[in-house]
Write a protein that binds this ligand. Sequence first.
Ligand code: ARG
Length: 578
Amino acid sequence: METFQLLLAKRLSDALANAGLAETGELTQATDPRFGDYQTNVALVLGKQRGENPPALAEKILSHLDVDDVCELPAVAGAGFINFTLRPDAIEKKTREVLRDNRLGVPETASSQRIVIDFGSPNVAKPMHVGHIRSTVLGDALARIAQFLGHEVIRDNHIGDWGTQFGMVIYGWKNLLDRQALQRNPLAEIVRIYKETNARAASDPEVREACRQELVKLQAGDKENIDIWNECVALSMQDFEHVYKLLGIHYDLQCGESFYHDRLPGVVDCLLKAGIAEISEGAVVVFFRDNPELADKPLIIRKRDGGFNYATTDIATVDYRVNELKADAVWYVVGAPQTLHFKQIFDVARREGYTADLRHIIFGSVLGEDRKLMKTRSGENVPLRELLEEACKRARKIVEEKNPNLSEEEKTDIAEKIGIGAVKYADLSQYRMTDYIFSWEKMLALHGNTAPYLQNAYVRIRSIFRKAGESWHRHPADEEIGWKPMPLCLAELPEIDLAKRLCQFAEFVPHALNGFRPNILTNYLFELANSFHAFYEACPVLKSEEPRRSSRLALCDLTAQVLQRGLGLLGIKVPEKM
Ligand code: ARG
């Protein structure tokens, strides 16, 4: 199904071509509804290029523009903008098509790619903390959106399960472990022995050397150390899995760093042979002499002692993803502090001849109310698991207040949807590059740009249908059983406005993926819920006469479907009641 935006963009291109002016011009959604629904600044751009008067150019374009079937007469405004306002009958027609489409009007991409998304990727022997929310939730949402748009997505958890910290963990395990504590809270005990070893190593060179020896033994495949390592990884994974279950996150692959361990010597040899890496002071190093930005930032891929680095693993990871997984694109959803690392990795990949589209999708930090990195009172990272459990607990209070008569089971289920949804939404509704302040009050508020507000709009609609007591035909398959959609009759402004927004779902979903910006989708859903409330206030639904009643019910139903699908693309569930 073609969106209004695409249709108008095509018509604009035709007009530009017929006027002999250009091939295409950009057409966007209007930034201010007072100026209509879409706009183009092409006359301004061309005016500058050609040294001509933009309003005159705009008039010339208009004289070639044929959009009568969808728009009111377009108008030239200001310095030469052309504004488009959709006609109600065109909106009505499109809404009817959307109602019958089980993709809600969202077209699949014509250029489907196989995309590996590397997100979450926590380190073992440490609990997941609040800092992991962003990568995990953002990566999951991007995966869902990409998949819905027709891409083939491979979700990969690049777990940090191999590295120098294991020398200390193993030393601690052998010398400091409290088995009972391990049973009570495995991860806390592993963190304790790690920290204590770290502290001892800082002041005692003998401990330092002992840790190094443990690491060497592990890397050489020593049975005892491998067993300890395995146990630590398994215990950490249990903690991760618990968090993933709460968040509803699933991975197709969990190829952690250890997965690449055996490949590293080969990778280094290849880079040496290809002349991409060289030996420098006993280490193997990649220099970026042709890249001004990286010229003074060489990358060590094999240390003087023969050990490999985080970067070596990532080079091996690119090889694997491109050669074996056949990825067209790899998206790394990883915080901004690793910007330099990925620039180096991508430069190496380019020199190896890889053409896959490698992207580092960065994001800002989660801050506490004091605007500093969010920490517990004792200055520790906030464990993600506790944070999510707290979200559910707080949401439960809201449910108790709103709807005390629900069963215990229902309350638990709804509280989980609201609590987890609120945390995810608070994150996704921020522009990803900026830091944001984590605030329970704000994210759980029933009003404003929050998950509970949108969930509440959905619930409200569902209750209309419960009240109506009608089995509502919502699927195109209904036609097979002889059900014909009622002709919509949009008369009142709030109805037309709501219908128009519903048609635009198809425009916002791809838009959100283009800039890796789920906040474009959250903003859209928020506006949609606002339009719905305005409509619901102005236009009685169940009490109105036919055919208006059916028409309005259809709008309600479509709104619920778009809210559900839109939130679903963000990994957020909707309750039927709350
Ligand atoms: N484990 C890393 C960290 O916690 C993130 C890994 C990101 N992915 C990658 N391929 N390097 O910082």
